[in-house]
Design a protein around this ligand. Structure first.
Ligand SMILES: *Cc1c(COP(=O)(O)O)cnc(C)c1O
Length: 487
């Protein structure tokens, strides 16, 4: 990045009279107005006045102040920050797709509806479900939609006493939040020391007031819940349903299906597992799948294939209603379809297996210098509890900051809450052996540095535009606007 531009607002680069464009004269007489007097500005807007190179450099320099999967290795656990093939981006911006309006007549968008319907079918096959809707806009939105399906099903049987949802304490924060928004009360179940659900504790709170159990498998620790079938039987015997949080579907792709594990309702995060970049919180899609018997409760409208082979929208009577004004985020759906079609069955299964292999490779290569609290084969991610040698006083935060000096995005830190110094690593399937080896070497260097010269690690980062912020000061007297910073 260039120092002349770094950290400056475009207003600071402004000089009176500079222009980045030149337009031919418009031919209107000077002073002529086409708008009523009352609608006109009294003074000109305050816009930056800059030449074209300044505009171009300003935005390009700003774009390089960021870090993304297209910049370097991004092992952020619990988020699946994987490289997304560019062919999927190209499909999403095809003019014939990107130029559509969501409210166009159905007869004019048959191709788009076919793409939508095809993706519904593929997701149903991958998840082991009967039917999918692509309408929800995010994972959390999918959870809410799925829980509303579950409520609608209980209501349809006149079973109105089921007002609770059981959620393991290792669940993503959106699980209890979605349950609360769906009007259900959350019962938290503690995890075992190995991070898996405590089946006995779950069984103790399972009664006829429970609507559903929400589970993530593999769970947040990256461990496969091997007692899931037993749990599903128990939950079904108690008259409740099993909800699958599919944000960790990556390692399961083509290998195991939530439907076969006994789940009734699930969501997937297209922006995690199926190729949409999602740094900075947007845009996403959280399609929801249901097992046979629950289809009619899915949100309206549904995309269906008619008997004559054409595609249409249908409204189902038992539906929970509508969850989006359009049919979801179409560009995200197109990327997912392109991803699935380009990988094919074998490719998807290979992605799933590589996600698991890569995580275990990194874990095994670092376990002598970082503390491994759960010593099991993991799936797509795993958690260290800080450095193995605690005598240097170097924390997980220090390690994360030092990684920035080496050009890596830090792993997830201090989550999950099960350990004091959690350092959660998810390499993903798209990283090469060389990238993983390089990362492992840097992690080992940092461990050695922590023992030999801990101050260097504790005062990191040293090579980034912004150094180590004072966390306490930032919390006590935050500077939240540009003008605060200038003081
Ligand atoms: C990301 C995530 C979610 C929420 O998905 P959003 O698309 O961010 O709303 C839910 N559960 C788990 C396990 C996740 O990792």
């Amino acid at each position: 990045m260039n120092r002349e531009y770094y950290g400056k607002l475009i207003f600071e680069l402004s000089r009176p009279g500079r222009r980045a464009y030149s337009l031919p004269a418009n031919g209107c007489p000077e002073g002529a107005t086409l708008l009523p007097e009352g609608l006109l500005r009294k003074s000109a807007p305050e816009l930056p006045e800059v030449d074209e190179p300044t505009v171009v450099r300003h935005y390009n320099n700003m774009s390089t102040n960021n870090f993304g999967v297209d910049t370097g290795f991004y092992p952020l656990g619990s988020c699946t920050m994987k490289y997304n093939p560019k062919i999927n981006e190209e499909m999403a911006v095809l003019p014939a797709m990107a130029g559509l309006h969501p409210l166009q007549p159905v007869s004019t968008v048959q191709g788009a509806l076919e793409a939508y319907h095809t993706l519904q079918c593929y997701l149903a096959e991958i998840g082991g479900m009967a039917e999918f809707t692509l309408n929800p806009f995010a994972g959390a939105h999918g959870e809410l939609t799925g829980l509303m399906v579950i409520r609608a099903w209980h209501d349809s049987r006149g079973d109105s006493k089921r007002t609770k949802v059981i959620v393991p304490d290792s669940a993503h924060g959106t699980n209890p939040a979605s349950a609360a928004v769906a009007g259900l009360k959350v019962i938290e179940v503690k995890s075992m020391p190995d991070g898996t659900v405590d089946v006995e504790a779950l069984s103790a709170v399972l009664d006829d007031s429970v609507a559903a159990v929400m589970m993530t498998n593999p769970n947040t620790m990256g461990i496969f819940e091997s007692r899931v079938r037993e749990i599903a039987d128990m939950v079904h015997d108690a008259g409740a349903l099993m909800y699958y949080d599919g944000a960790n579907l990556n390692p399961m792709l083509g290998v195991a299906r939530p439907g076969d594990m006994g789940f009734d309702v699930m969501h997937v995060n297209l922006h995690k597992t199926f190729s949409t970049p999602h740094g900075g919180g947007g845009p996403g899609a959280g399609p929801v799948g249901v097992r046979s018997g629950l289809e009619k409760f899915l949100p309206n409208p549904r995309v269906v294939k008619n008997a004559d082979g054409s595609f249409g929208l249908s409204q189902s009577d038992g539906s929970l209603g509508s969850v989006s004004a359009t049919l979801g985020n179409f560009a995200v759906q197109l990327r997912a379809l392109s991803y699935i079609l380009s990988l094919g069955c074998d490719g998807l299964a290979q992605a799933g297996r590589l996600a698991t292999l890569n995580a275990n490779y990194v874990k095994e290569s670092l376990r002598d210098v970082y503390e491994l609290p759960i010593d099991r084969v993991c799936k797509h991610e795993f958690v260290f509890d800080g450095l193995a040698d605690k005598t240097s006083g170097v924390s997980t935060l220090n390690v994360a900051k030092r990684l920035l000096d080496h050009g890596y995005h830090a792993p997830t830190i201090y989550f999950p809450l099960l350990f004091h110094e959690s350092l959660m690593i998810e390499p993903t399937e798209t990283e090469s052996r060389e990238t993983l080896d390089e990362f492992i070497a840097v992690m080992r260097d940092i461990a050695r540095e922590a023992a030999e010269s801990p101050e260097v690690v504790k005062s990191a980062p040293h090579n980034t535009p912004v150094g180590l912020p004072d966390d306490t000061k930032a919390a006590l007297s935050p500077k939240v606007t540009y003008f605060d910073l200038m003081q």
